[in-house]
Design a protein around this ligand. Structure first.
Ligand SMILES: Nc1ncnc2c1ncn2[C@@H]1O[C@H](COP(=O)(O)OP(=O)(O)O)[C@@H](O)[C@H]1O
Ligand SMILES: [Mg+2]
Length: 244
């Protein structure tokens, strides 16, 4: 048992496919690299991906749905990866997956970890509300295009409405070249449009995509790896400049 309770952080977005799960896995790896204990909870019911990204796909027998339904012991659902511990997402929904039950489940782990990262599904309905309801802070992920940023702003408003105050923004897949060619928004535009405080910028990085699909740990010495590390440092209270 630890003396401090885990920081419970939900990772969400408006639009799908913007890099929530990638950021969750990368951030979890960076935090464990700082010596922190991290539990990752995949909340994308029916579309789980973190078991794959964290290289434990073959190990999944039980998921957090089995815990809510009392079908297994916590140890049986806790998957040890190279970095964090993972609770995989259930493959189908159940009436038992209420906000109260999920919140209770997440709370039952808060004495044992420094961080609990909850990877939300896209959109602002069912699974999003489940994930947000169990968190005390939030990260909104957006890629630098208008539709995605607008969606991120809406998700942030929804979070605040639900009592998760001061969500932070991560701009993912940033590329200076695309901004230069007027293809995508620049960082100031994104912050203004989303209306929330920036905690990090993760560059476009092919290595990240490769690792995510093969389950290899994200290397620390790539542009995205360094960005995950800086975001982890900022969560730990370090004041690090925004480097691109
Ligand atoms: N910084 C990045 N650079 C390159 N590809 C990325 C980056 N972040 C995410 N991706 C790719 O984008 C796709 C969607 O990412 P994912 O994390 O699954 O998004 P979400 O969880 O929001 O649906 C994946 O193929 C992933 O590898
Ligand atoms: Mg995802």
């Amino acid at each position: 048992m630890k003396t401090n309770l885990a920081k419970k952080i939900v990772v969400a977005s408006g639009k799908g496919g913007v890099g929530k799960s990638t950021l969750t896995a990368g951030l979890a790896g960076a935090l464990t690299g700082l010596g922190k204990s991290v539990l990752v909870i995949d909340c994308d019911i029916g579309l789980r991906s973190l078991d794959l990204m964290l290289g434990v796909r073959e190990m999944v027998v039980f998921d957090w749905g089995d815990l809510v339904l009392y079908r297994c012991e916590p140890q049986q659902a806790m998957l040890k990866t190279d970095g964090p511990v993972l609770l995989a997402a259930p493959l189908s929904n159940s009436d038992a997956f209420t906000r109260e039950n999920f919140r209770g489940l997440v709370k039952s782990f808060e004495n044992y970890f420094d961080y609990i990262l909850i990877d939300a599904p896209a959109g602002i309905t069912g699974g999003f509300r489940l994930a947000v309801g169990a968190a005390d802070t939030g990260i909104i992920v957006a890629t630098p295009d208008e539709v995605c940023v607008r969606g991120g702003g809406i998700a942030a408003d929804e979070m605040i409405e639900m009592g998760v105050f001061n969500p932070r923004l991560v701009i993912n897949r940033f590329s200076k070249k695309a901004v230069f060619r007027d293809r995508l928004l620049n960082i100031d535009d994104v912050i203004d449009a989303a209306g929330i405080q920036l905690i990090g910028v993760v560059p476009e990085d092919g290595e990240v995509a490769f690792c995510a699909t093969t389950g290899r740990p994200f290397p620390e010495n790539t542009p995205a790896g360094r960005a995950f590390k800086r975001i982890a440092g900022r969560l730990e209270g370090e004041s690090l400049p925004l480097k691109l």
